[in-house]
Design a protein around this ligand. Structure first.
Ligand SMILES: [Zn+2]
Length: 609
């Protein structure tokens, strides 16, 4: 058990009073009533008139968006603090249902009309009006989907029904998963605790036993429910894709990410060809350190025997992260400090809190950007990296929110990870330099190994997930649990090697059922884009020196207004070139694994051919 007093995160809590004073704050329902009135006015005033008055409509739409965000953000944050609170859950669901009805009824026309406007009409308004001119990227993005929109009646009905569609299956899935218990001799534990214990354990037999217990726990009802949820989502999407005229299951997601299908293809290809073999070397080296001939799947994220387990107090994590940001950009460091000082971070791990970590950045009414960071800080080195990661999202949100306003602040998912991974990288570099200076080679190697694990998990593993999804979505029919299990095994082995080469795959076949990202089809590959994209930028940082920071801050300020090509152009990088992905993998992962091998050799541990 961790000692709370050592961690010292318990006083770093959110102050949500700038949103609402409490759950029963009458202002919350008053805001929703106001939202309904304004939305209804918006409908009457602008429907059929966007060819004349796009400027006023965009301004009013932005105000609506910011007003509607506020109650949802407040209730979502309350829910993250206490997932068992039924009152919060009910209120959040009620609010989402009501907002879906209002937006479905009154706001659906906005995108449809913008998509249908003749190009000359848009050009004229862009030329004559500053607001329209500034929002051209938003207009362009909406028009990307022009050929895939359905009639207003159908789009309205789909929007109103949204809370009861596949999303509700997925929401309930999370609750079922939270109720799951894994049998352990000392008492049952949750799935989250089981994964945590498996990763933290330094005993291979114990790790294998935990994985066997997880395998057992997900059999039966959970596996059935997972199959049904996944198949409902896959089949509903196939039907909708057909109605909307998408030729390929990934096309819609790629458009949202502002990435061409070919670019996404090049990423998948480079990962399989370049990153997977580097990863296999990394795991073979890990096997050598663990004294194992092959790794069991439960050993994948295992720490090295000599890795440091001392708890990093939260105050020390704060110092490290601020110093790391400071070493790169005083502007960003100031923004990080601001997040600590204004009640925007909820740090401690406590019972009832949602698992994991996130950052939620939005604009409040008046174009006021705010960023809320959620953590379960337990004092591991991973937790320090997570703090740097989430605060990176925070500075990204604040910079883009100030520059672009609420409608264009959010970078597409594929680049939304840039600032966060960059923040992790500056922190990694900061810690690494410190260890090298102190000539602590063991600790440096342990840090490097965990960095390589992270890269493998965010690039190779996510692309494996994406390949798994491709097969599910292109099957063209419902699949049985057994069929899904085989696809899972096959797509994993395609990247991790045949059984017995590096890994044995006992108890792997059902693990797809625990991954809720599959409920947002093709969401996962964005992690790989984000990682390689950011590592390529980081390599440029080391080349460009002082010229880098202003270019990078502009990249963050762009929000959703630029695509990958435009974002990378100032850095002389081109994601259309397949060599871009290969170089990004080699300059980071490739170099780290070489360094791992060199440091290991010094310690007398060699990679066998
Ligand atoms: Zn992130």
């Amino acid at each position: 058990m961790t000692q709370k007093s050592l961690i010292g995160a318990e006083n770093t809590r959110w102050d949500l009073s700038e949103l609402y004073s409490k759950l029963e704050d009458p202002q919350l329902m008053a805001d929703i009533d106001e939202f309904e009135q304004l939305a209804s006015k918006f409908f009457t005033k602008f429907r059929g008139r966007l060819d004349q008055d796009l400027s006023a409509a965009i301004t009013a739409y932005n105000e609506l968006n910011e007003l509607g965000n506020k109650p949802v953000v407040f209730l979502s944050l309350c829910r993250a603090l206490d997932t068992a609170d039924q009152e919060v859950k009910k209120k959040l669901n009620d609010v989402i249902e009501r907002l879906s009805l209002i937006t479905g009824q009154y706001l659906t026309f906005f995108d449809l009309e913008i998509a249908a406007l003749p190009a000359e009409t848009i050009d004229r308004q862009v030329k004559n009006d500053e607001v329209v001119h500034r929002h051209l990227p938003l207009i362009t993005k909406i028009r990307l989907f022009k050929d895939h929109l359905l009639s207003e009646e159908v789009e309205q009905a789909l929007a109103k029904r949204e809370p009861f569609g596949p999303a509700s299956w997925s929401g309930f899935f999370d609750e079922v998963e939270a109720d799951l218990r894994v049998y352990r001799p000392n008492g049952d534990i949750t799935l989250t605790e089981a994964w945590h214990e498996m990763t933290e354990s330094k005993n291979a037999a114990e790790r294998a036993a935990i994985l066997a217990a997880i395998h057992e726990a997900i059999d039966g009802f959970f596996l059935k429910y997972s199959t049904e949820t996944l198949m409902t989502i896959v089949r509903a999407k196939a039907l909708e894709d057909q109605e909307r005229g998408y030729a390929h299951p990934m096309t819609e997601r790629n458009k949202f990410n502002l990435l061409d299908d070919e670019v996404v293809e090049a990423l998948h290809e480079a990962t399989a060809r370049v990153a997977a073999p580097i990863m296999q070397r990394h795991y073979r080296l890990k096997a050598a350190h663990l004294g194992l001939a092959q790794l069991a799947w439960s050993d994948r994220n295992a720490k090295l025997p000599f890795s440091d387990d001392t708890i990093v107090p939260f105050s020390e994590a704060r110092r490290i992260v601020i110093a790391a940001y400071e070493s790169f950009s005083p502007t960003l460091a100031a923004m990080v400090r601001e997040q600590f000082d204004t009640g925007r971070i909820d740090a401690p791990h406590s019972i009832g809190k949602d698992s994991g970590a996130f950052n939620l950045s939005i604009c409040l009414p008046g174009d006021q950007p705010v960023a809320f960071t959620f953590l379960n800080y337990l004092g591991s080195n991973r937790d320090v990296a997570t703090l740097a990661h989430e605060l990176g999202h925070g500075v990204h949100g604040l910079l883009a929110g100030r520059a672009q306003g609420g409608l264009m602040m959010h970078a597409p998912m594929a680049y939304a990870e840039t600032a966060s991974i960059f923040g992790e990288m500056v922190t990694f570099r900061y810690l690494m330099q410190d260890l090298v200076q102190k000539k602590n080679h063991q600790a440096a190697l342990a840090l490097l190994v965990s960095k390589c694990d992270d890269f493998a998990n965010s690039v190779v593993r996510q692309i494996g997930f994406s390949q798994f999804e491709r097969q599910l979505h292109s099957a063209g029919r419902r699949l049985s649990t057994d069929e899904i299990n085989s696809i899972w095994l096959e797509t994993t082995q395609a990247l991790y090697g045949a059984a017995g080469a590096v890994f044995t795959y006992k108890h792997l076949d059902r693990l797809w059922s625990c991954i809720n990202h599959f409920h947002r089809p093709f969401y996962v590959y964005a992690y790989a884009v984000g990682e390689i994209f950011t590592q390529s930028l980081f390599a440029r940082y080391e080349e460009f020196g002082d010229r880098f920071e202003p270019l990078y801050l502009d990249l963050l300020r762009a929000g959703m207004t630029k695509n990958a090509l435009e974002l990378l152009q100032p850095f002389g990088l081109d994601p259309r070139d397949p060599a871009f992905w290969e170089a990004g993998i080699k300059v980071s992962f490739g170099n780290w694994v070489d360094e791992e091998i060199r440091l290991s050799k010094e310690m007398g541990v060699e990679l066998k051919a």
